[in-house]
Design a protein around this ligand. Structure first.
Ligand code: CMC
Length: 375
């Protein structure tokens, strides 16, 4: 390939081979290690999916029980990390705190207790402890008591418990489990790519996940569902959806929760989350967000031909569960960390430094002018 062939945003560039995740953007299909996401979302749990991503196969009952026990042990937040988080500005964004916390964790855990820093043990440690970090961030600002590790709860129930300081109902825990499953991996999205670039230099797992968290933060990637909730607040009632959305499109603004680089049809994760938004809304007798989102969908599809992505309905589910909006993206990270770590381990197994080229379009014939001679 000539260096002049620029693919902006690396669109359609196939950068590496992977056995983790397959997206069929034309058919709207998503597979983790060969299993359809729709089947995983209706029949499995987040822990099973994490096992699948890390070990390339579904666990036996014994293997799953071992993984759950191990991850429950790994939920505990080191005191030094709790103190580090406490020392950060109280107005800091949770996503920034999470990034700093993961980076600090690599330094604060004594080498002998760190479970194999760049191995499946490290992947399990990070995946297990992220909900505790989120819980600490949330509870410290609301003045509630610290998070107890609660080894008896599933990852989904524990995530809600850590954030909300109460045990969730079965329906809420299942809604969270499905959301965690749906966000666990998505091929070479920007944050996973960032993690793999970091790993490809033979840097460590914690550094790779810190890169990924920084990349997920942006509204074009992980931050979109928070903006969807802002849009709903701006619209207010379904009868205003048409006017507000059309005005935004006329100003060439992007409507968050729509469009995708890979899917040319509806994102299958959006299809599943739409149902959960309705189910959890019905159970609470509050279908306001659901009704608004259906209307927004209708207008955006009619006006721009765009389909919903995973972010359109996830925010409404999280809101109904009682999760503050600025924790949506950190929550995304607490699920995607399973996929990030699987990709980093795959990268180590098939290592090739990721180092693309740029087409230089700047000047080439300038002459150095001593500082006294410059205007
Ligand atoms: N609202 C309005 N117009 C849009 C949108 C949108 N959400 N998405 C794409 N378009 C338009 C875009 O303006 C462009 O139109 P034109 O050709 O007239 O200039 C055309 O569609 C193609 O857009 P693009 O930016 O070249 O497409 P992309 O492949 O770079 O975009 C995207 C992918 C996700 C960045 C984009 O669809 C977007 O900005 N969506 C909103 C943010 C969002 O929901 N992000 C979450 C993505 S899913 C979670 C994840 O996997 O990270």
């Amino acid at each position: 390939m000539e260096p002049s062939d620029v693919q902006r945003g690396l669109e359609d560039v196939v950068a590496l081979e992977s056995r983790i995740c397959f997206i069929d953007g034309q058919q709207g299909r998503l597979l983790y290690r060969g299993y359809d996401i729709r089947e995983l979302a209706s029949r499995s749990t987040f822990e099973e999916v994490a096992y699948l991503l890390w070990y390339s196969r579904l666990p036996s009952a014994g293997q799953l029980a071992d993984l759950k026990r191990r991850m429950a042990e790994l939920r505990v937040l080191p005191d030094a990390l709790a103190r580090t988080i406490d020392s950060l500005p109280s107005a800091a964004l949770p996503m920034d705190v999470l990034r700093t916390a993961v980076s600090a964790l690599a330094l604060l855990e004594p080498e002998e207790t760190k479970p194999g820093a760049s191995s499946i043990g490290g992947a399990q440690r990070l995946t297990a402890v992220l909900p505790t970090i989120l819980g600490w961030i949330q509870r410290r600002r609301s003045g509630a008591r610290p998070v107890a590790a609660r080894p008896d709860l599933s990852q989904a129930a524990y995530t809600l418990y850590a954030l909300l300081d109460r045990e969730p109902s079965e329906l809420d825990a299942r809604a969270m489990d499905v959301a965690l499953i749906l966000h666990a991996d998505h091929e070479l999205n920007a944050s996973t790519f960032a993690a793999r670039v970091t790993a490809s230099t033979l840097s460590d797992l914690y550094s790779a996940i810190t890169s990924a968290i920084g990349t997920l933060k942006g509204p074009l990637h992980g931050g979109a569902n928070e903006r969807v909730m802002e849009l709903l607040a701006e619209i207010g009632t379904p009868d205003r959806a048409e006017e507000v959305v059309k005005a935004k499109l006329a100003r060439h603004e992007r409507i968050m929760g729509f469009g995708h680089r890979v899917y040319k049809v509806e994102d299958p994760r959006a299809t599943i989350l739409r149902e959960w938004s309705r189910k959890v809304g019905e159970e609470r007798g509050n279908l306001n967000d659901y009704a608004l989102l259906r209307k927004v969908e209708e207008v955006v599809h009619r006006e721009k031909g765009l389909y919903p992505n995973v972010d359109l309905y996830s925010g409404s589910v999280y809101s109904l569960l009682g999760i503050p909006h600025d924790l949506f993206t950190p929550l995304f990270a607490s699920s995607r960390v399973a996929g990030w770590t699987a990709h980093v381990l795959e990268e180590y197994d098939d290592l090739r430094l990721i180092r693309p080229m740029a087409k230089y379009v700047g000047a080439t014939d300038l002459t150095y002018v001593p500082i006294g001679g410059r205007t």
